[in-house]
Structures are given as C-alpha cells and as structure tokens.
Design a protein around this ligand. Structure first.
Ligand code: PSU
Ligand code: MN
Length: 312
C-alpha cells in the first residue's frame, strides 16, 4: 500500500479549498470524544469550526470511520462523534490498526497532523497539545504528539501544552528535537488556559506574514517536521496559575492512587480538574479551543497569501 492508497474522505468544501490554494485549518476529534462531555463537546466542535471561518479559513475536522480518514466532518458527523459513547482514542500508533479494523476513531493531535499532511493541509489547531508528563523521569510518559511533530510537516497553532504536564520538560523535548516554537504576539509560552507557563518562549513574532515566511523557511531548510505557533488565551477566559496548580497536584496524586496510566491519564486528569473547579476549567478549555482556532484561521490566510505570492 502506498501513501495515496490510504482512503481519505474529503468533504467537497475542503477539497475545493485545497484545489484552489485557499486556507484550510485541520482540527482534531479526540477533544470532542475525550476532552469534553456531551452536549458541550458538540456545541464546542461547531463553535471551533465557526471560529476557523471567522479567521478566514475552511475548517477540516479529522476523524476515522469505516476504515477511512475523514477530512472535514458534516454536522451529522459531529453529532455522532460527540454523542456516541466509547469511541476509541486514536493516536499515531493506533491509526493503522483502527483503519484496518474499521469502526469509529477519534484522532489526537498526533494522528490528526498525520492525516492533515496526507490531505495536503498545512495548518492545524488545538487548544493544548500533549507533552512530557509530570514525573516522566520515572514513568517515561511523553505524548506522541511531540514525537509526531518531528515527522509531520504541519504548522500547529495552540495555546501551548496542557497545564497538567511538565511544561519545562516539554519545552526541552521540543528544543532537542528541533521543533521551532514561536509565540504569536506574546513573549511567553502559554499553559493552555493559563496566559503564561512562566517560561519565556524562544521566539516572538507579531506579524502573520512573518509567521508564514518562518514556516516555509523551516521546510526550505530541509526540516521534516512541524512548526509550533502559540497564542495565549484571552485574559477574560484564563484561569489563575496559582489556583489551578493545587488542583492539578491533587488530581495527579489521585491518578497515582487509582493506578491510572498510559493513554487514559490525560482524560482522567482533565476531568478531575474540571470537577474540582466546578466546571470552570472545562469552560476555559472551550474558550481556548475557540480562540486558538480563530488565530489559526488568520495565520492560515496569511500563509495561503504568501504561497500564492511566491508562486507568482
Ligand atoms: N486538549 C484538550 N483535551 C484533550 C486533548 C488535548 O483540551 O483531550 C487530547 C488531544 O487529543 C491530545 C491528547 O493530542 O489529549 C494527548 O494525549 P496523550 O497525552 O495521551 O498523548
Ligand atoms: Mn501518554
């Protein structure tokens, strides 16, 4: 089987956009099935798609169904993925198996960027990427999102990595693996629903056209992987760092007690934090998803313009 034999079901709107070089932003579906609960997840998936459009681009939510990769979901698809219980989380290592077995699958950041590259989509947006987990020195739990960034050519727009992670180690991993990190209109690496992780970003760019040029230069230099662009949450949506730290420490201790590990830990921790904050972190999560998607739309537009200009 060759690359172009992987069955992709691309919606007409997305296919048209790709054919004409119009800006497209790919989105993950695991956040719909595992990140949020029904019906908030369905509403958020729709708001995220609308935000990409508000930024000027076409949304293409990625998922797996019946042995094929869906590139762009219909409204019925969104409802089905949001309301069907037990859809498996499909990361990069799972994608081939789920495609061969059939059934529904919800793609993480890692498997979504694989699909985006296959479909010819440059931009991808999520709220918080996976990263190096706290205590990874012992557990070796590092999200395949990071490893996939070393392999797939996409521009990933996010609000940094999830707060439940060890963000310092996450930054170290990205640096070691030559993944560029640029904070758009900000000095700091954000922490998902917190405006800053307390870590300074290696680079800041304020102009979308500069971001587009940097992304293309990264690939022109022969680099095989992704380019990370961060955008912080809006102040009014953000959660106070000090306040959330205590909650995360408690949730992490509970996960350890309950023996939760592997690919289940992300969902476990996020839900525990949502409960402890009485839903405020889930609210913030939704707002960050929407905000990031809109910024990704704007950046994808600048990138499409740059490519058109270069092509003359
Ligand atoms: N961001 C969220 N909620 C989520 C995730 C991200 O707000 O549920 C998911 C994404 O799909 C991400 C995945 O790719 O968690 C990372 O999981 P892991 O740490 O097991 O690699
Ligand atoms: Mn993991």
């Amino acid at each position: 089987m060759s690359r172009n034999e992987i069955p992709l079901v691309v919606t007409e709107e997305v296919a048209d956009a790709l054919r004409t070089g119009a800006p497209v932003v790919a989105l993950e579906s695991n956040v719909i099935t595992h990140g949020l609960a029904y019906p908030d997840n369905a509403a958020t998936a729709r708001r995220v798609e609308a935000a990409v459009r508000a930024g000027g681009a076409i949304p293409a939510t990625i998922a797996v169904a019946g042995g094929r990769i869906l590139v762009g979901l219909t409204d019925d698809d969104i409802e089905r993925f949001a309301s069907t219980p037990g859809i498996p989380k499909v990361s990069s290592r799972d994608l081939s198996v789920v495609l061969s077995r059939g059934g529904l699958g919800a793609t993480t950041v890692a498997s979504s960027v694989v699909a985006a590259e296959l479909a010819g989509i440059t931009f991808f947006a999520s709220a918080g990427i996976g990263g190096v987990h706290r205590d990874a020195q012992r557990t070796m739990d590092i999200s395949s999102d990071l490893v996939q960034f070393t392999r797939s050519k996409t521009a990933v727009v996010c609000a940094g990595a999830k707060r439940i992670l060890d963000l310092k180690l996450t930054m170290e991993f990205l640096e070691t693996h030559c993944v560029p990190v640029v904070s758009y209109r900000s000095d700091d690496f954000p922490a998902f629903y917190c405006v800053t992780s307390g870590l300074r970003s290696p680079h800041r760019l304020d102009d979308a056209a500069d971001v587009a040029r940097a992304v293309e230069a990264h690939w022109a230099l022969g680099n095989p992987g992704s380019f990370l662009i961060t955008t912080p949450p809006q102040e009014q949506d953000a959660i106070d760092s000090a306040e959330i730290e205590g909650v995360i420490a408690e949730a992490s201790a509970a996960a350890e007690r309950d023996g939760v590990q592997g690919n289940a830990i992300t969902k476990y921790l996020m839900r525990a934090v949502d409960r402890a904050t009485e839903g405020r972190s889930a609210q913030a999560n939704m707002a960050v998803l929407v905000n990031t998607a809109e910024v990704a739309g704007v950046l994808a537009v600048a990138h499409a313009e740059y490519r058109a200009e270069v092509a003359g």
